[in-house]
Every structure is written in structure tokens, then in C-alpha cells.
Design a protein around this ligand. Structure first.
Ligand code: AMP
Ligand code: TRP
Length: 348
């Protein structure tokens, strides 16, 4: 079975959008528009899987949802071309997730490292939604029968699970799928797109921890809404070691903080890491940091400013969401009708 190429990805509206989200995901979303049809979602249903204190309650959720859309637009995603919307406006995501809850096995979900990290020691107190988070993610992707999924490195395991779910559904219902005339596979096995120098941006305070929305120290990350002064201060204070920068990439192997800053520079400048080292290798860290400040301010400053402008215009953002949701729902509805026929649900 040949599937049409289609890109799908999502970002959670949990606040503090940072450089990791930008370089690991959003920049790639923009570039992929040249080659593919793309659907980009704000996964507000997923935000609820965390404790209320993390996602911040109803007002904060609505604000954060608009802020992610503002980031998509400010980064250069074209809402006339790509589909932009929030997950809760297209009910088929939740509907397909239920079916996938019954396809996925407890053992598969129990192995997910993101669940283990987020649930921590107190698993009894984690929401049930946090445990089934990956089945909803699989539904997000497969309700459009998407074939390519740009994400950061941390989402690789969830993509593997998505493939397992698609495969098991195709096998379990093979006869019914054939009877429908859908060939030998109803769902594609979607591929992760994890490429480039910044698939895992690390904390500015600790090069062994990933940059994260939930790190208590704001100095650990560069937020997309940080102004030039904040960006400069955070980079100047970023942890480094006393050695000068190496001239070759293998010199970064045991130096996670240096490696991270070089990776960030390379990603922002859209150039390979060896080229960055050829330019700055052998020199002092302070020289490199000054250049990184200039580059980061030049690239991120206009995006942050545009995000603030867009967030202030809630009516415009909401109109983008409504239009995107209507386009997405047409596609999702087709898939869900077939899924119902395949499973044996009687429908109108
Ligand atoms: P989230 O906000 O957790 O939904 O993440 C949105 C996207 O950003 C996903 O594709 C993540 O893989 C990506 N991402 C999050 N943190 C990082 C990071 N530190 N480095 C690279 N990509 C990241
Ligand atoms: N789990 C992803 C994250 O935390 C967000 C997400 C939800 C997603 N559904 C998705 C990403 C579908 C890609 C495709 O980063």
C-alpha cells in the first residue's frame, strides 16, 4: 500500500516555549513546508496529563495555546498552506485514541521513559492520561495517516510505539481492511524526522540535562519571548569549562557544555558544527560567546517580538485555529469513518 506523503507534528501548550522547542522542532516545521503537505497541532489534550499546577489552569491553557500558534506563525509557518489548529477542536483525535488504548498493551506503555520521568517516584498519583499519553499521540499522527513526523530526539520512543500500534491494528484487522478495499495496510508506519545539529538542546546550566520547560531555573533555557538583554545574560552565564574551544568535533566529546553551545550556534547559523569549530577553534570561550549572543539576538529577537504582537491579537489567532480545525476535521473524519467500518462500529 502506497500512502501519500504527509507531515504531522505537535507541541504542548505548557508555557515557556524555549530554544529546544524552536531548534528541535519548529525550525524544521518551517523548512518542511517546501516539500510536503504539513499539519501542525497544539496538543492541548496532552497538556492535561500533567498536574494542574504544571499546565496552570484554564486561563493559562488558553494563553499558552495561542502562544504556540504565535510561535508557529512568527517562525514562518504559512497558515494558508499548512494546517494549524488545536487538538481539542478535532474530536476524532480522542475517538481514535480510545481505539488505540485497546490496541496498545500495558507492557508497551509501561516501558515509556517519558512516563517514568514525568511520573517520578509517585506513580500511584500520576494521571491515567499520563500513562496513555502515547496512544493519543499515535492517534494525532494516524488520524491523518501521516507518514513523516519531525520531532526532537526525546520523542523517538513515542514514534516507535506509534509504529507498533499501526502495525498491530493492520494485523489484527487485516481481513476487514482487505474487505474495505484498503489493501494490506490501513495505517502507514510513520517515520520520525530527527536531523541536524540541535535534535537535543541541553540546559545552559548542566550539559547533561535537556533544556526543558519545567526546569526551575530560568537560566537553564532561552525562552522564545526573552528580550535581547535576557538572551545575552543567559548565554554569558551559561556553564562552560576553562579550556579554549577545540578545532575538531571529537574534541567536544567529553565537554557537554561546549558541545551544546557549538550545536546551538551551528543550528542558528544553519551551518555544520565542523564549520563553527573551524572559525572559533583555538580561541577563547568569551569570543565565541559574544558571537553567539549576537547571532541568537539577531535570530530570536524578531521572533519573540512578533510572537508578542500576535498573542495580543487573540481574535486573529482564534480565526487561524478555527480555519485550521475545519480543514483538519475533514481529513480526520474520513479516517475515522473507515476505522469504524474496519472495527465493526455501526455508524449513521
Ligand atoms: P513539547 O513542548 O514537549 O511538546 O515539545 C515540542 C517539541 O520540541 C518536540 O518535538 C520535542 O521533541 C522538541 N523538544 C523539546 N525539548 C527539546 C530539546 N531540549 N531539544 C530538542 N528538541 C526539544
Ligand atoms: N509528545 C510530543 C512532545 O512532548 C508532543 C506531541 C503530541 C506530538 N502529539 C504529537 C509530536 C504528534 C509529534 C506528533 O514533544
Amino acid at each position: 500500500m502506497k500512502f501519500n506523503e504527509l507531515v504531522f507534528s505537535g507541541v504542548q501548550p505548557t508555557g515557556n516555549l524555549h530554544l529546544g522547542n524552536y531548534l528541535g522542532a519548529i525550525v524544521k516545521f518551517v523548512a518542511l513546508q517546501q516539500r510536503y503537505s504539513c499539519i501542525y497541532c497544539v496538543v492541548d489534550l496532552h497538556a492535561l496529563t500533567q498536574p494542574l499546577s504544571v499546565w496552570g489552569g484554564p486561563k493559562q491553557l488558553a494563553h499558552n495555546t495561542r502562544e504556540v500558534i504565535a510561535a508557529y506563525l512568527a517562525a514562518g509557518i504559512n497558515p494558508k498552506q499548512s494546517i494549524l489548529f488545536n487538538q481539542s477542536q478535532v474530536h476524532q483525535h480522542a475517538e481514535l485514541a480510545w481505539v488505540f488504548n485497546c490496541v496498545a498493551r500495558m507492557g508497551w506503555l509501561g516501558r515509556m521513559t517519558q512516563f517514568k520521568d514525568k511520573a517520578g517516584k509517585d506513580r500511584e498519583n500520576a494521571s491515567v492520561g499520563l500513562f496513555t499519553y502515547p496512544t493519543l499521540m499515535a492517534a494525532d499522527i494516524l488520524v491523518y495517516r501521516a507518514t513523516h513526523v519531525p520531532v526532537g530526539e526525546d520523542q523517538k520512543q513515542h514514534l516507535e510505539l506509534t509504529r507498533d500500534i499501526a502495525q498491530k491494528f493492520n494485523n489484527d484487522f487485516a481481513e476487514s481492511i482487505a474487505a474495505l478495499g484498503a489493501g494490506d495496510a490501513f495505517f502507514p508506519l510513520p517515520e520520525p524526522l530527527i536531523q541536524g545539529p540541535a535534535t537535543r538542546v541541553m540546559s545552559l546550566r548542566d550539559g547533561t540535562k535537556k533544556m526543558s520547560k519545567s526546569d526551575p531555573s530560568d537560566y537553564s533555557r532561552i525562552n522564545l519571548t526573552d528580550d535581547a538583554d535576557a538572551i545575552a545574560q543567559k548565554i554569558r552565564k551559561a556553564k562552560t569549562d576553562p579550556e579554549p574551544l577545540p578545532s575538531e568535533e571529537k574534541g567536544l566529546e567529553t565537554r557537554p557544555e561546549a558541545d551544546n553551545l557549538v550545536g546551538i550556534y551551528a543550528a542558528l547559523a544553519n551551518t555544520p558544527k565542523p564549520a563553527v569549530l573551524a572559525q572559533f577553534g583555538g580561541g577563547q570561550f568569551s569570543t565565541f560567546k559574544s558571537a553567539l549572543v549576537d547571532l541568537a539576538v539577531a535570530k530570536l529577537g524578531p521572533i519573540g517580538a512578533e510572537m508578542k504582537r500576535l498573542v495580543a491579537d487573540a481574535a486573529y489567532i482564534d480565526s487561524v485555529l478555527a480555519e485550521g480545525a475545519a480543514r483538519a476535521a475533514l481529513l480526520a473524519d474520513q479516517t475515522m469513518k473507515s476505522v469504524k467500518d474496519i472495527v465493526g462500529f455501526i455508524r449513521r
